[in-house]
Design a protein around this ligand. Sequence first.
Ligand code: PLP
Length: 393
Amino acid sequence: MAPPVSKTQSLLFIPGPVNVPPPTLEAMTRPLIDHRGPEFKRMLERTSSRLRPLFGTRHDIMFLGASGTGGLEAAVWNLFGRGEKILACPVGVFGNRLVTIAKAIGCDVEIFETKWGRGVDHTALGERLRADTEFEIKGIFLTHNETSTGVQNEMHALSTAIGKHPALVVVDSVSGLGGSTFLMDDWGFDVVVAATQKVLAAPPGVSMVAVSDRAWEKMEKNHAPRFYFDLRRAREFAKIGQTPWTPPVSVMFALERALDLYERDGEKKVHQRLALYAHAIRNAAVAIGLRVFSTPPYHSNTVVAIHCPERVDASSVLQTTRDQGYVLSGGQQQLKGKIFRIGTMGDITRDNILSMLASFEDGLERQSYPVDLGAGVGAAREVFKHGLHAMAL
Ligand code: PLP
């Protein structure tokens, strides 16, 4: 049985918020500064330019005092209005959230269906868009990384499929940004939304939004009502190094420190680490006799979703791991009780993963699931020893 991490502090293996490294947490304790003063201005400009490579954009990044959903709402409400046709491509709960937001302002939303566990079929998407000869579709919604199913879309292939279709493309990259290569400008995406509490491993509280030139043009023309999340206003204030409303200054301090750590490791290393962790956890699941929920080539780097075997009570397994200090997630909505979700983001080590897996095995065994104790841990260890090629799934 895996020993508890500590009586007071658990290790978060949920797919965000994540374990925040101590230096990032400490940054939150800095004395506050004037958010209308020169120091904040410099920090805002620095942070925007340091985030540009992660977004793959030359555009400024807007900072909203909100979780990721606030950024998604801002994207949709600033770009679109009543009656505009949207082609939404959900691959799980968060893709559906974008649909809900668009419907709330009266958009005419068509759902491009994808079986959960899979990513969007780029060939089929290309065909659907070619059939739109009158260019009735004004917006396309994509999810970079779908946290509810452990799926990562093939964003480059999707951008190629969209090609020259004039619809504006909104991408939810809340749990994707920073975890794999992302090239907003090259791939022709118009609004990309991220959040602090995922790959960057800062606390929640700030949503980061990048906007293309043509999206800004559309936003200027859009008369749909908005106030707090009016991105035009955010842009005006960004020009003077401010945000329209009082920003979560301490989260901005943490974000800056988180970027130090991200850059110290280097983008490529972070991508490789997440991919390795995810591969190790998937291999562990298979060695335990479980099925991974996502199908290749759509496996996510940042969250692994695993089928819960029949007759096993997922919540009891999760309670066991939680009692032992490892907090994992279950499924959401129709996947509740049907899957486990394990995040790879944040301040976690290989050893943390191995002990979490031991706890997970223990939780399954207590549910009378026949586990060859140590099989999952061993499989993950193999991956850590031999890299991504170990038992490729
Ligand atoms: N989109 C994705 C892909 C997410 O994973 C999440 C949160 O987990 C959200 C949107 C919503 O973000 P938040 O919970 O920060 O509002």
